[in-house]
Design a protein around this ligand. Structure first.
Ligand SMILES: Nc1ncnc2c1ncn2[C@@H]1O[C@H](COP(=O)(O)OP(=O)(O)OP(=O)(O)O)[C@@H](O)[C@H]1O
Ligand code: SF4
Ligand SMILES: [Mg+2]
Length: 312
């Protein structure tokens, strides 16, 4: 239903998305994971051409949504897709909820015009577990907890019954118990509404709990891609292995976990060859020569590493 090919995005002098391919099928949840600043949000925004034109733009690539060429659409057609067929829960919560309007008013706005009856609003509130807290009352966003506000944002995103939901760090600002409830809600809605989801997070543990397929991003490119089982049981890129090792073990809490050493490179100063080589414990001479291609390790599994086939 969504297919992104060779996407490149530039902000100022920096190319921050450097050729990304990504596809999402009907009813599938694809997780996009990687450290802060690697370009995840930018990919999500580019999907409906939401890159701030004063700061940057898409420089090449194709994006197909249900076989329509998104980058070729005019403003009018884009509006019909954005927030309707493809909807977002943005990373910046403040950009989504308006403090001066009640939850009801904002939900009504989010519904398609033909469907703004009180009944539709009640149904959506029930879908996201807010019927008791909000109900028919005039509640303002600031009267709700962070978790409840996130439920409202999810309600607004699913109200128009989109085909694709893009969730950008939907639980990052929440504490662990609330996080779990929100993830359960998302999983429920996915089944009930047969949603396709792009789930963006820096937290691989959360992505493991949600995604059918996982795309690991580093310095503006996908470095590993596969079904969840591929990534969980056979990670082939040293960066993915590092991310997995930095998850505190759920079985053995005493086991010391290791963060990946060093920092991600700046886009203004990317290293030669493999962009991960300054931090990689498996580096060999060849890694510094040219950036490896994303190659098959199995039918469903790809890695951008010259040593992917020997690293099990
Ligand atoms: N509006 C903008 N103007 C200029 N540079 C930007 C803008 N938005 C993002 N960038 C830069 O683009 C790069 C990718 O940013 P992006 O927000 O996509 O990363 P991210 O993976 O979502 O990170 P995070 O986990 O912190 O949300 C970063 O280097 C960031 O500084
Ligand atoms: S290509 Fe080399 S430096 Fe890059 S991840 Fe693979 S082994 Fe490490
Ligand atoms: Mg982001």
């Amino acid at each position: 239903m969504l297919e992104i090919k060779g996407l490149k995005v530039r902000y100022g002098a920096n190319e921050v998305v450097r050729g990304v391919d990504l596809a999402i099928k009907k009813g599938e949840c694809v997780g996009l994971v990687g450290e802060s600043g690697c370009g995840k949000t930018t990919v999500g925004l580019a999907t409906t051409k939401l890159i701030d034109a004063r700061k940057g733009g898409i420089t090449s690539g194709r994006i197909f949504f249900e076989d329509r060429d998104v980058l070729g659409l005019d403003a009018e057609d884009l509006r019909k897709i954005r927030g309707r067929r493809i909807s977002y829960v943005f990373q910046e919560p403040s950009s989504s909820l308006n403090p001066v309007f009640t939850v009801h008013e904002q939900l009504r706005e989010a519904l398609p015009e033909k469907d703004r009856a009180e009944k539709a609003i009640s149904r959506i509130l029930a879908d996201v577990g807010l019927e008791k807290i909000v109900g028919k009352k005039q509640v303002y966003p600031h009267e709700l907890s962070g978790g409840m506000q996130q439920r409202v944002m999810i309600a607004m995103a699913v109200a128009p019954e989109p085909d694709l939901l893009i969730l950008d760090e939907p639980t990052t600002a929440l504490d662990v118990s609330v996080q779990k409830q929100i993830l359960e809600l998302i999983a429920e809605l996915k089944e009930k509404m047969r949603l396709s989801i792009l789930f963006i997070s820096h937290d691989l543990r959360i992505v493991f709990s949600m995604a059918d397929r996982i795309e690991v991003m580093y310095a503006g490119r996908i470095v590993e891609s596969g079904l969840k089982k591929d990534i969980v049981s056979e990670p082939r890129h040293p960066y993915t292995k590092g991310l997995i090792n930095s998850i505190p073990s759920m079985k053995n809490r005493k086991k010391k976990f290791e963060a990946i050493e060093g920092k991600a490179p700046l886009f203004s100063d990317l290293p030669q060859g493999c962009k991960f080589h300054p931090r990689c414990g498996f580096r060999i001479e060849k890694c510094m020569e040219k950036e490896p291609a994303l190659e098959n390790v199995s039918d469903s599994h790809f890695a951008r590493c010259v040593r992917a086939k020997e690293l099990l």
